[in-house]
Ligand binder design. Structure first.
Ligand SMILES: Cc1ncc(C[n+]2csc(CCOP(=O)(O)OP(=O)(O)O)c2C)c(N)n1
Length: 544
């Protein structure tokens, strides 16, 4: 069998329904093998966008998604997604067409040593020097991308190797190792919970999906323990219940930080306890927390890596929570007092009051209108930037909705994520929040959406600044604006040029009426908001 055909049969054996790509002459044989394979080939407009789409599909399915890119420029364009998949812990298989084997090391056209280039980001980089090696390298890559802390794996495929004839009939799949459920530790944790006056659950990405959210809700409810959710995992717990302790973001309020720091027991579940999840390694504090720390994660690697855990448990977080919620609740007035104190801080932060700016539409008002009108099962995607702060603080998400955001904070994630969300869930509405900065990075993937008949709803906050950076600038170098002003195209005309329906919001318009019409539109749509720069973020206003 031709090596390229073997790759395609391996993709099928691993349940891959679609691949994201920008084509290149370096992997024509693979494109040829895909020709009548039944695997959908999503042709994108930039490898960064294609990579973000693959990342988003993986976040939605929990399984490795596949990105195909050309050598040199294609691979380097894709690197933003490789880095993001690493930081987000998302399983991604990146197949790169490499120069021919006999040309390697001669610095030929578009040659890159991917081991060096991606070495610090990918879980592994395999250059396949003989077609027959694919038989083990493909299943190894899929297994490695998924197991433990998930991440990207690179397969460098020399173009001539793709035409090798190999002696293989069936593709192999390596099953994932079974993660235990450490039931023997349940009485120990129960005892810790019984002893604690102010326990707190910190819930992370490994609880994404309905099974995780359900197990978390039952455990928290059974023990009456407040739940804080980690950065961009806002959808794993109902933000409107009295147990919601907030979304841990750089914008977490001082009052929330103060009350959460009073916790005497932290049960961290399904989170790696990275810098954002721990509010800059303060909750729990590195290297030795002030609280007792129980850390449950399906891989030993993050447990005790930066923050010492009193009890580290390598287990499936969902099974652990299911086991823990069988316990009898410790009814205590002290506990209820703690719950209500934490919730008071959460509710205060969630309350939205517009600063009523005079220089454009308050994007917070737009976000709140969309929160009110969005379907109960909407998929929200956010780009990096201040435009997402209102969503993160004020939108009370429920696990029936999904949030797709990039933990690595890469601009340009929002639009491709919405396109992929519509491919994976064609019957749900994907609403993207993006700034005037981010939308011109990968917004051209709207063309991909149009090509495949997809209907993302894209909300652009056009405040004519790189707002996030301006807010940092104002804090650190007040009055010295440098490098943060933007001159924009007409985004309404831009949207129409793709064939999308365009809506515009300017100061004085009826925000709810326009937002309603936008969400009600039949196809792909763009809501161009001429937003205020002064109402800079959910956390503050711009003074100069
Ligand atoms: C790819 C990339 N480049 C640069 C940055 C640094 N950065 C973070 S937010 C931001 C500005 C975002 O501006 P915009 O998209 O207009 O959104 P706003 O903050 O104004 O809402 C920049 C430049 C980044 N995170 N990612």
């Amino acid at each position: 069998m031709r090596a390229a055909d073997f790759i395609v049969s391996s993709l099928k054996a691993h349940g891959v329904a679609r691949v994201y790509c920008v084509p290149g002459e370096s992997y024509l044989a693979l494109l040829d093998a895909l020709y009548d394979s039944g695997i959908e080939v999503i042709i994108c407009r930039h490898e960064g966008g294609a990579g973000f789409m693959a990342m988003s599909e993986a976040k939605l399915t929990g399984k490795p998604a596949v990105l195909l890119v050309s050598r040199g420029p294609g691979a380097t364009n894709a690197s933003i997604a490789v880095h993001s998949a690493e930081q987000d812990g998302v399983p991604l298989i990146v197949m790169i067409g490499q120069v021919a084997r006999d040309e390697r090391t001669r610095e030929v056209f578009q040659e890159v040593d991917y081991g060096q280039f991606f070495g610090g980001m990918a879980k592994a980089v395999y250059e396949v020097t003989e077609g027959a090696k694919l038989i083990e390298l493909i299943p190894r890559s899929f297994r490695l991308a998924s197991e433990g802390v998930a991440g990207p794996v690179i397969l460098s495929l020399p173009e001539d190797m793709l035409r090798d004839e190999i002696d293989a009939t069936e593709a192999i799949v390596y099953p994932l190792p079974v993660i235990g459920n450490a039931t023997q530790e349940i009485p120990h944790i129960q005892e810790m919970i019984a002893q604690a006056e102010r326990p707190l659950i910190v819930a992370g990405a490994k609880l994404r999906g309905l099974a995780g959210a359900d197990a978390l809700a039952r455990f928290a409810q059974s023990q009456r323990i407040p739940v804080a959710v980690t950065w961009k995992n806002q959808d794993v717990f109902d933000n409107s219940t009295d147990l919601f302790a907030g979304h841990l973001t750089p914008g977490t309020t001082a009052a929330q930080r103060k009350i959460l720091a009073e916790a005497d027991l932290i049960i961290a579940v399904g989170t790696r306890l990275g810098d954002f999840a721990t509010l800059g390694f303060t909750l729990p504090e590195a290297p030795v927390p002030k609280q007792t720390l129980v850390h449950i994660y399906p891989d030993a690697a993050p447990i005790g890596k930066v923050i010492r855990a009193d009890l580290g448990i390598v287990a499936d977080p969902v099974q652990m929570l299911n086991g823990l919620s069988q316990t009898v609740r410790v009814v205590s007035a002290v506990r209820e007092r703690w719950v209500s104190d934490v919730n008071a801080a959460t509710k205060a932060a969630q309350k939205f009051v517009s600063p009523a700016p005079d220089d454009g539409v308050d994007f917070g008002v737009v976000t709140m209108a969309l929160a009110k009108l969005a379907p109960a099962d909407a998929i929200i995607t956010t780009d990096a930037g201040n435009m997402s702060t209102w969503h993160h603080r004020h939108w009370q998400m429920k696990p029936s909705q999904i949030l797709l955001g990039c933990i690595a904070g890469a601009m340009g994630y929002g639009v491709p994520a919405a396109v992929a969300a519509q491919l994976v869930h064609p019957n749900r509405m994907a609403i993207c929040f993006v700034g005037d900065g981010g939308v011109l990075m990968t917004g051209n993937e709207l063309a991909t959406a149009m090509a495949y008949g997809l209907k993302p709803k894209i909300v652009i906050s056009n405040n004519s600044i790189y707002g996030t950076i301006r807010s940092h600038q104002e804090k650190n170098y007040a009055g010295r604006v440098s490098g943060t002003n933007l001159v924009n195209p007409d985004f309404t005309a831009w949207a129409k040029s793709f064939g999308a329906e365009a809506f515009e919001l300017v100061m004085g318009d009826d925000v709810e009426a326009v937002a309603g019409a936008f969400l009600g539109s039949k196809g792909a749509a763009v809501l161009h908001v001429k937003s205020s720069a002064k109402a800079l973020s959910a956390g503050g206003v711009l003074k100069n």
